[in-house]
Design a binder for this molecule. Structure first.
Ligand SMILES: *[C@@H]1O[C@H](CO)[C@@H](O)[C@H](O)[C@H]1NC(C)=O
Ligand SMILES: *[C@@H]1O[C@H](CO)[C@@H](O)[C@H](O)[C@H]1NC(C)=O
Ligand SMILES: *[C@@H]1O[C@H](CO)[C@@H](O)[C@H](O)[C@H]1NC(C)=O
Length: 356
């Protein structure tokens, strides 16, 4: 009898503490915690995340920032430091710091420059340049269409910038995130753009944007951004056998501030005309998305279209330049000449040879 009772008690103990039971309890516990966390997360999101008032959002983002693993100083802190520094400068306590020049860096640059020069001198591309053959784009050679579009010479960086901007239908924009989780970090988005009608380029990328887009929300708080456009967005680089990273597969980076175009103005009417000319599908966006036109107020231009690093045309040069646009049907190129044209070649491999 006693033995039976002891056995029963032991059995009960074993059952209640069995590993499967413990796991079940643990899972239950975990699920509860997860549900609680998820509820609070959702509540948070509704209260202060993307939908709530600015104050609530700011408070939440501030909390995020406090907990952030990237302990970047807050904007307030940066301002405080700046003011402190200015005061110190005024009191003459800080000397102007000179950047130390490194001989090693200079030596590397010189070596790189010479290598590039040598590579360029011996390249078939350079030989073509010497023969004054324009770097032409011949789609008709590839798809039988009788049109001819030439891209500007690589020495004409402002024209090249205008050409790329004019021939890009979209851009990747880089800005600073103000969203939970990525607050203060670099973030990217894509906007459809148009800088003008087919034969009438302005050089200014116009966009059609909605505040539902988190990128637009962030840019509304801080409009500073960079937009990149590349020849690889058209067929050019692929047909020339150029890798998108090849410097000859040109790209341009416009840095500036995003500005909305005031509704009802002449500029808004112009933006509407030139934007929907290229993006007719975007005409009928939902009303409640509050789409409106915006443009980039350009402050800096960076053009990479050849070896030796990017060039920086001035704003005056950029706006004075005209992009060479497709000039309509021309005579087809004779067969013999077509042979010499830059087709997809393995040449581009040579350019990408690693440096010793
Ligand atoms: C080209 O655009 C400008 C404004 O940017 C405008 O004044 C001019 O009339 C346009 N020309 C044509 C041919 O559309
Ligand atoms: C840009 O859009 C226009 C109009 O939709 C189109 O004709 C053109 O081919 C596009 N360009 C590129 C590079 O995709
Ligand atoms: C802009 O103005 C037009 C009429 O001038 C109006 O139909 C449209 O709703 C306005 N858009 C915004 C975003 O206010």
């Amino acid at each position: 009898m006693r033995a039976a009772v002891v056995a029963l008690v032991l059995l009960a103990l074993v059952i209640s503490n069995s590993p499967t039971d413990a796991r079940r309890k643990g899972e239950e516990n975990w699920k509860q915690r997860y549900r609680k966390w998820k509820d609070s997360e959702e509540q948070d999101h509704l209260n202060g995340g993307l939908i709530g008032t600015d104050e609530a959002a700011a408070a939440k983002l501030h909390r995020e920032e406090q907990n952030s693993v990237y302990d970047a100083p807050s904007e307030d802190e940066l301002w405080r430091q700046k003011i402190e520094e200015k005061k110190k400068r005024q009191r003459g306590e800080v000397e102007h710091k000179q950047k130390p020049t490194s001989e090693i860096t200079a030596w590397h640059e010189e070596k790189w420059r010479r290598q590039q020069e040598q590579a360029v001198q011996t390249s078939p591309y350079f030989q073509r340049q010497k023969r004054r053959q324009p770097r032409d784009y011949h789609p008709e050679h590839h798809n039988g269409r009788n049109v001819r579009m030439s891209i500007p010479d690589h020495t004409k960086v402002a024209e090249m910038a205008r050409y790329i901007v004019h021939n890009s239908n979209w851009t990747a924009v880089a800005y600073t995130s103000r969203q939970p989780g990525t607050y203060g970090l670099p973030m990217a988005d894509i906007f459809s753009i148009s800088d003008g009608l087919k034969d009438n380029s302005t050089g200014i990328p116009y966009m059609y944007i909605s505040p539902k887009d988190t990128g637009v929300q962030d840019l509304a708080k801080d409009g500073r951004c960079s937009m990149i456009m590349s020849l690889s967005q058209s067929d050019y680089c692929r047909q020339e056998g150029l890798d998108p990273e090849d410097p000859r597969c040109g790209h341009v980076i416009l840095t500036g501030k995003l500005k909305t175009v005031k509704n009802g103005t002449e500029e808004a009417a112009r933006a509407e005309k030139l934007f929907f000319d290229r993006h007719p599908q975007l005409r009928n966006m939902p009303k409640d998305h509050k789409f409106r036109f915006a443009k980039l107020k350009i402050s800096q231009i960076l053009v990479q279209d050849y070896f030796g690093g990017p060039a920086q045309p001035t704003l005056a040069e950029y706006f004075a330049a005209k992009p060479e646009v497709s000039s309509g049907p021309k005579d087809p190129i004779p067969e013999a000449q077509a042979e010499l044209l830059p087709g997809a070649s393995s040449d581009s491999q040579k350019w990408l040879r690693p440096m010793e």
